[in-house]
Structures are given as structure tokens and as C-alpha cells.
Ligand binder design. Structure first.
Ligand code: URA
Length: 432
């Protein structure tokens, strides 16, 4: 029997833990035999001391062992693909990518997480759709992928229960941005979820957990290594998170933007990422097509309406109402005007994420309720030219007072300059 305090102490002092110790720690936590406060201290020790490659793999395996694993290949007789992002502001990519991939005839199954810190979570976004059920049993997940072509679910009691608890705990103990913890958390869900091929969107920049390209590359390589050791095909897209992705930040607003994108009306940066991730997934799938053919099929699914149909089929299958008018809307909508003419030189992702969080779109404590209607629409983004007095963004709030507070925060997110900033792409690199 392990003594958690001894493991915490050893990690705090820079020592190494064995796979058996990490397994006992995770199993004890998932069974409620080890309390939150000891895991909080453990995560903080890991934050400062790090984990070795072997410890990171052992932690991922230990987390997987706290629940069931799904063998989608046997259940479906197909190669199932999955995509995951390390977390950012305005990142609703999976909600658009899943239906596109499903529309192209490739089964898509994904386990997602909730918002962490200033970043949003796919599950929180999906819960803004009335009736949408994020907790499916393994049997329901398999049945749904068979009938509707795709599913996005939470880490349930059945699958990686340790991550579900740890994720919420890390969110409120400032222990999110450690690459071993992020890699083990993401890859445990991916491996347990049974997908054979995975596209990882590793975000870098102000609004990402990894601020520098070097750290993001380390995270990408850690996840590639975990995937390789577990016998999965993994491709990492290194993508820009210096400004929010797309225009919408906030749960229901982001669902609307994902639907618009499936209709072929998405904002350019978001479309670029959705096309890149979807075509990579098709290339990895069992369709046996190359990158150019994949891209063509993805563009066709957007143009011929089959991606929107796949979205509607999926949302209905998961109990939700796919009609956009069913989404909640905020009672107060106000604008923020540009104080001067010029170009948007910067649009700080963290500031926008925090403004949305303070409006109620995210959690400040573990059990906070989310307001799905509120958030920010960034009408102008980096590189855009604005006239004095023109609206930079739209604030969707519960009260006038909350809107006024958000306006102040957003004012500092926008930096206006005389010259346009250098052009930059969303997809910085592809690491395979
Ligand atoms: N996404 C996850 O699934 N886990 C993390 O730890 C961070 C982002």
C-alpha cells in the first residue's frame, strides 16, 4: 500500500516515482480513497519538478487503468479517427471537424474536456445545445458512431475517471500548464477512447498553455511519443493562439460559428484550421486517399451541405436540438468602439478569454455554473483596418454592468497601430 504523502514529498524533492506508485495513486484517487488536497499537492510538485518520459507514460497508463477502454476497431470494423486540441480561446474546431469527417464517411469518436482556466472546453460548448447529452455509456458511444457516424462525449465514469476529477482539480489549483500533465491527460483519453489515428492541435502563444514555440514542440513531441508507444498514429498541428480562433468566444456563440462554418460561412482563420485538421484526418483514415484528395473531399462536404446534415444527425443522435434558434441568447448585447483609426496590431487571446470568463462563460471555481449565452464576438482581428468609432467587438452579457466591465477588459486586449502587423498563418507547422 502506497503512502501518498511520501510520493508527494519525493516528487517535491525532485525524485522519481515508479509505474506501480503512479498506478496506486491514480486508482486510489479514482476510488475516492485519496483526497483532492493530496492530488493538488502532487500536481503542484509535478508542476515544479516535472515528470520523466517514463513517468509521463506510466501516469498516462495509470489514468487509463482507472476505467474501461474501448476497442473501436473490433466494435465497428473500421479505423476510427479522433482529434484533440491542447486548449485555447475560441477553439470550437472539433465541433466543425467531426461532422465534416463523418460526412466524408470516416467514423469520428472523441472524448472531450471542459474549460480550463481562460480556455473554453468542447463539452461546455456542446451543453449550450438544449438536450445535448455528453455522458454516453460505451455501448451508446459505439451505437451512435455506427448510426450517426460520430460522437463527442465526456470522460465518463467508465472511461478515464481519474482524468475527469484531476482535470477539474488542476483547473482551480494553477497546475494546468505542465506539459507532462497535459500530455498524460490528453493521451489517456485518446488511447482509452480507442481511436487508431489522432490529429493533435497543439496551440502556441498568449492564449495557449504553452507560450513559446519551444514548449509547444516539447508538448507535441511528448504526445507523439506517448501515442507511438501505445501503437497509435499521431500527427500534430502546431497552431497559433496569440489571438482567439475565429470570432466567437463563449459557448453558444461558438456553436453558432461552428454551424456557420459548416455552411461555408466561417471566419478565414477558423476555416483554415478546420480544413487542415479535417483533411489530415481523412489522410490518416482507412479511405486510402492522399492529402490533395482529402482536401478536395473536405471542401466538397462543406459546399454540398453534407457537413451540415452530418452535424444535425449527430446532435439529434445525442439528444440535442440542432436548430440554431434553440441556442440561448444573452439579454444584453453591446459594442466596443475603436478609440482611433488604424490596424489591429494585437488581439490578446488571454484578455479576451478572461473577459468571457468574467462574463460567466467559464468557471472561476470548480463547481461554478456556466452561462452558455454570454461571450464576445471579435468583429475585428489582427491585421484588420479600423476607422475611429468602428465596432471592434460585440459583448454578449447577462447585465449592463457585466457588459461594461467586459468592455474595459476588452479595451486592453486590442492594440491599434498605424502599420499592419506582419501576416501570419494559423497552422505554423505539421509534426508527424
Ligand atoms: N486538454 C486536456 O484534455 N487536458 C489538459 O490537461 C489540457 C487540455
Amino acid at each position: 500500500m502506497i503512502r501518498p504523502v511520501e510520493l508527494i514529498e519525493r516528487k517535491r524533492d525532485g525524485g522519481e516515482l515508479t509505474p506501480h506508485e503512479l498506478e496506486e495513486l491514480m486508482l486510489g484517487y479514482a476510488r475516492d480513497e485519496i483526497p483532492d488536497y493530496q492530488l493538488a499537492a502532487f500536481c503542484m510538485a509535478v508542476f515544479f519538478r516535472g515528470l520523466t518520459g517514463a513517468e509521463t507514460y506510466a501516469l498516462m497508463e495509470a489514468m487509463i487503468k482507472t476505467g474501461e477502454t474501448v476497442d473501436l476497431r473490433s466494435a465497428l470494423g473500421r479505423k476510427v479517427v479522433d482529434k484533440h486540441s491542447t486548449g485555447g480561446v475560441g477553439d470550437k474546431t472539433s465541433i466543425a471537424v467531426g461532422p465534416i469527417v463523418a460526412a466524408c464517411g470516416v467514423p469520428f469518436a472523441k472524448m472531450s474536456g471542459r474549460g480550463l482556466g481562460h480556455t473554453g472546453g468542447t463539452l461546455d460548448k456542446l451543453e449550450s445545445i438544449p438536450g445535448f447529452r455528453i455522458e454516453l455509456s460505451t455501448e451508446e458511444l459505439i451505437e451512435q458512431v455506427k448510426s450517426a457516424g460520430m460522437a463527442i462525449v465526456g470522460a465518463t465514469a467508465d472511461l478515464v475517471p481519474a482524468d475527469k476529477r484531476l482535470y477539474a482539480l488542476r483547473d482551480v489549483t494553477a497546475t494546468v500548464d505542465n506539459y507532462s500533465l497535459i500530455a498524460a491527460s490528453i493521451m489517456s483519453k485518446k488511447i482509452a477512447g480507442g481511436a487508431e489515428a489522432i490529429v493533435l492541435d497543439v496551440k502556441v502563444g498568449d492564449g495557449a498553455f504553452m507560450k513559446s514555440e519551444a514548449d509547444a514542440r516539447t508538448l507535441a513531441e511528448t504526445m507523439l511519443e506517448l501515442g507511438r508507444n501505445a501503437g497509435r498514429e499521431v500527427v500534430c498541428l502546431l497552431t497559433d493562439m496569440d489571438q482567439p480562433l475565429g470570432r466567437a468566444v463563449g459557448n453558444a456563440l461558438e456553436i453558432r460559428e461552428a454551424i456557420a462554418t459548416l455552411r461555408g460561412e466561417g471566419p478565414p482563420d477558423f476555416v483554415e484550421l478546420v480544413l487542415a485538421a479535417s483533411s489530415r484526418l481523412l489522410t490518416l483514415s482507412d479511405l486510402g486517399i492522399d492529402e490533395a484528395e482529402s482536401r478536395e473531399r473536405v471542401e466538397r462536404a462543406l459546399a454540398d451541405g453534407s457537413a451540415v446534415e452530418a452535424y444535425e444527425r449527430w446532435v439529434r443522435a445525442q439528444g440535442g436540438d440542432p436548430d440554431e434558434s434553440a441556442l440561448p441568447a444573452a439579454p444584453v448585447v453591446s459594442g466596443l468602439a475603436a478609440s482611433r483609426a488604424g490596424y489591429v496590431a494585437e488581439l490578446g487571446a488571454v484578455r479576451v478569454g478572461q473577459a468571457a470568463l468574467h462574463l460567466g462563460a467559464g468557471r472561476q471555481a470548480k463547481d461554478d455554473e456556466i452561462d452558455h449565452a454570454v461571450g464576445v464576438l471579435c468583429l475585428r482581428k489582427r491585421g484588420d483596418r479600423v476607422a475611429q468609432g468602428e465596432a471592434l467587438c460585440e459583448i454578449h452579457a447577462r447585465t449592463e454592468e457585466a457588459a461594461a466591465d467586459a468592455a474595459q477588459e476588452l479595451e486592453s486586449a486590442y492594440v491599434l497601430a498605424d502599420e499592419p502587423p506582419p501576416e501570419s498563418a494559423v497552422v505554423i507547422d505539421v509534426i508527424a
